[in-house]
Design a protein around this ligand. Structure first.
Ligand SMILES: [Zn+2]
Length: 164
């Protein structure tokens, strides 16, 4: 059973959906601090990307794990109430995301998706490095950063430090 009633649940969901979410703000701040300049929520591009880097011909989406149905992520559980409704809705969101990505790639944009679960404070330096690497390398076309890949990166870093 869902621990929230329906009204409360939709209230929570609508706040999660808001454009100016904390993960998005974190990504903006760290890239601004790294010297990047970008435009926000460009309506003329497919899917209204969260951040657009015209100079780098790249866009970034910061995806909420629930709304965009992040596969294999603990934050992406389907609410038990109205399960079928949610399953259908989230599947549609996922399909739409892949169509948007395809449309952007087809018109020559590079697409980086950063998942909400990658926006924890402890892995912020890894997130910055991976995002900067992507933006600065025009051969990298379509990638995702999530919490799992950041933890793996961090482990690699720790091992490298121990080796030296
Ligand atoms: Zn996730």
């Amino acid at each position: 059973m869902d621990k929230f009633d329906e009204r409360k649940r939709s209230d929570i969901m609508s706040r999660i959906r808001s454009k100016d979410t904390t993960p998005e703000r974190l990504v903006r701040h760290l890239l601004f601090a790294a010297g990047f300049r970008y435009r926000l929520h460009v309506r003329t591009l497919p899917g209204v990307p969260d951040m657009v880097f015209p100079k780098h011909r790249a866009v970034i989406f910061v995806h909420g794990c629930f709304w965009h149905a992040h596969e294999g992520c603990s934050r992406a559980t389907v609410p038990a109430t109205n399960e079928e409704f949610w399953q259908a809705k989230l599947a549609r969101n996922r399909l739409r995301d892949s169509e948007v990505r395809a449309a952007l790639l087809a018109s020559g944009w590079r697409v980086l998706t950063i998942w909400e679960c990658a926006c924890g404070k402890r892995t912020v330096h890894c997130l910055r490095r991976l995002a900067v690497d992507f933006l600065c390398n025009s051969e990298r076309i379509c990638e995702e950063i999530d919490g799992q890949c950041l933890r793996a990166e961090q482990e690699k870093e720790t091992n490298d430090i121990e080796k030296h």
